[in-house]
Ligand binder design. Sequence first.
Ligand code: 16G
Ligand code: MG
Length: 528
Amino acid sequence: MTKNTIYTYGTAGFRGKADTLEKAVARCGIAACLRSQQLNGQTIGVMITASHNPVNDNGVKIIDANGGMLDQTWEPLCTRLANASSESELEAAIKEIETVIANPSYSSVKPSVVLASDTRPSSPHLSKTLINALQSRNADFYDYGLLTTPQLHWLIQAINENSEYHVPSSIPHIESYYKTLSSSFVDLCKQFVPFETGKTKLIIDCANGVGAIHLEKLCSMLLPFLEIELVNKNTEQTDLLNKNCGADFVKTTQSLPAGLSGTLSPMQLCASFDGDADRVVFYFVDSAKKFHLLDGDKISVLAAKQLSACIKASQLDLKLGVIQTAYANGASTVYLEDELNIRAECVLTGVKHLEKAAREYDIGVYFEANGHGTVVFSKSCLQKLDTLPANATGEQRSAVNLLKGLSTLCNQAIGDSISDTLMVVFLLQVLGWNAADWLNMYHDLPNALAKATVRNRFEFVCTDADRRLVKPSGLQQIVDEIMRPYESARAFIRASGTEDAVRVYVEASSQKDVDKMMQAIMELLTVY
Ligand code: 16G
Ligand code: MG
């Protein structure tokens, strides 16, 4: 993002080089205030982070009052505010938004906003810029300092769901997050993990990001059921952030992060978080030192298997759904539908789309292959879990207790690498599985993901949840022809929402076929 570039509020909010973001951050402060006023003073969050991007980038995104992603109708309003180039244009943009607000008494409502940031060196200055904007709107605000993105989502949900909280005088402390997650995990383990299994050890690569700070504090609360060893936890030397480590590095390179290569024992389960700890992938090396990835699809299928068994045992009428994107490995979808008999829905890429679809179910499991996701329980599902008939059997009660435990262990506001990790460790223990058992649940189809630079990525328009191109005209037909000879072949091209490129995904029954298809499609794209 250069000084003259137009800001566009996308899935990741505003993101770019840190020194270009001051205005966007201040305007997000104004947008958060207006949104809070629209919702009669409910608390809105603003998170300063650029996730897995390099350390010199930063970003800002707004968290809505329910703890989820900002309502999509507000995205263009944020864009409009951020691009106002003078005070008078800004006033005009605010006036325009006030007409959209549709809350006649909004002007007498005091805005309430909380903020937090990741560990980037530019974050304190951007937080200060944000606070100035909040003060100019006469908002009540609280700065939580260094948090992971999902922690801020969780706290906002807590603030708005409990009438005893008021910003800034009476707010939930981050300790309440640690306590909820650790006690849910420990209680679940006490009830469901056979004693003789002993404690599990997990190595977590923190990408040298903010997750390390919070895991350090949480670790001791998980004993004796889980022993965590942290690597890449240096948040002081900021140039190390996301450097050759973290979830994005591990998923895209399919290799061990810095700090683990060479020293890792075979079969030791490891996890990698991204810079703001909202993504997690798992992996291990076997006795031949071969690397095996357990990505978001594997997490999703593991959770779905246990949840569907519990729903069945509870004898409650609960609808379970699994939400995936076009990037989900085809083998995971086949396993969900054919082996587990669970409907898998495919939606557009981006957490907001998955979350929305997941909330249509009593229990919705949503994960992107890249490791974003969680399990959400509807209000009516929680009510059903609380009202088991007096004559319910022990098996029913036990299943219901497991579901209730997961509903407080899993972050209900947004995907969270910390809570997802605890869920995975618990589920593996309940099943008595090691990393290889989990890997062998189903075998991923060989696949490849590549990036191609094109003249104008906005000319690439998809339909069918990103799986088919409608524009440029005729291109999809050529891709179909390329795929036709190959078994279990699937390929699609979609414009990236975060980079100036198009992404190409290919899968087929053999790596050789994948490579041939990928080469043909990449060649095809050189003329666009
Ligand atoms: C953003 C999204 C993520 C999505 C990715 C796709 C959130 C919090 N993050 O990082 O869900 O997978 O974009 O990137 O929504 P792409 O459009 O560049 O392929
Ligand atoms: Mg992230």
